[in-house]
Design a protein around this ligand. Structure first.
Ligand code: NDP
Ligand code: 8X3
Length: 249
């Protein structure tokens, strides 16, 4: 296991859910943090709780390429956790909303590419680094009405695979951590604040917690330098695929 003392971890989407849990576990492991999200007040609240840790909060929309380009000058990043992402709507493709598609593609694909493009060259020149992508079971198996969200997560899986190939010969590592159902604000965002509908997603089963996922990411990041965990697919025990659940009704 390698130490995270004095390593700088940049986490996108740290204002909620899996990203927030990552901030907590990496702080506990002694890392320095750069927390990124649009809601800066939430990041600052979290930073107050992690007062024993060096934390830099950055209000940033990952879809804003020019703003992302300025991040590479903030600090040398050792571990990039490409976590910011969202789904919007659950509709048949032929009835989908263009704006929802654009938001998902801009955030989940283009945002991830912008951050990765800006941060990886510094990792190569410093001779160390690790990029972690948040994929999903949705990127392995499409589910009805999930069309564009599933496509963005399939893209993340392929981008992770491509980056691993392109970094071969360098010490920089690449991992994709692909969870099934995790209870966060994800479904609230998907259903635009409809809490009752969001709750039905997790009803009758025990979903993963954000901490379950963060601990897997920490495990990937703390392997010895010669070990690269390329892909982890993790699901609740009550889930066996994108569409197969054990629900107690
Ligand atoms: P949450 O909605 O709880 O968190 C999403 C985070 O992404 C928030 O911090 C949000 O911050 C940030 N974010 C969204 N858009 C942007 C943007 N344009 N710029 C910067 N930050 C942004 O969801 P989760 O924690 O569940 O999701 C995290 C990742 O995990 C996503 O990539 C999601 O696809 C993936 N995932 C989630 C699963 C689940 O079941 N929940 C399962 C599999 C994968 P803010 O709004 O403040 O900008
Ligand atoms: C999030 C999991 O199944 O709600 O990626 O799409 S799911």
């Amino acid at each position: 296991m390698i130490s995270l003392q004095n390593q700088t971890v940049l986490i996108t989407g740290a204002s909620s859910g899996i990203g927030e849990a990552c901030a907590r576990v990496f702080a506990e492991a002694g890392a320095k943090l750069i927390l990124v999200a649009r809601r800066k007040e939430r990041l600052e609240e979290l930073a107050k709780e992690l007062s024993h840790t060096l934390v830099h909060c950055l209000a940033l929309d990952v879809c804003d390429r020019t703003a992302v380009e300025s991040v590479s000058t903030v600090s040398a990043v050792d571990i990039l956790i490409n976590n910011a992402g969202l789904s919007r709507g659950l509709n048949k493709l032929q009835e989908g909303e263009f704006q929802d598609w654009e938001e998902m593609i801009d955030t989940n694909i283009k945002g991830v590419l912008y951050l990765t493009r800006c941060i990886v060259p510094g990792m190569i020149s410093r001779g160390r680094g690790h990029i972690v992508f948040l994929g999903s079971t949705a990127g392995h198996q499409t589910y009805p009405n999930g069309n564009v969200y599933c496509a963005t997560k399939a893209a993340v899986r392929v981008i992770s695979e491509g980056l691993k190939q392109d970094l071969l010969g360098t010490p920089v590592r690449v991992s994709s951590v692909d969870p099934g159902l995790v209870e966060t604000e994800f479904s609230q965002v998907r259903f635009r604040g409809d809490s009752d509908r969001a709750k039905t997603v997790y009803q009758g089963l025990t979903p993963l917690t954000p901490m379950d996922v963060a601990e897997v990411i920490l495990f990937c990041a703390t392997r010895p330098p010669h070990v690269n965990i390329s892909e982890v697919l993790l699901m609740p025990t009550d889930q066996a695929g994108s569409m197969l659940f054990n629900r107690q009704t």
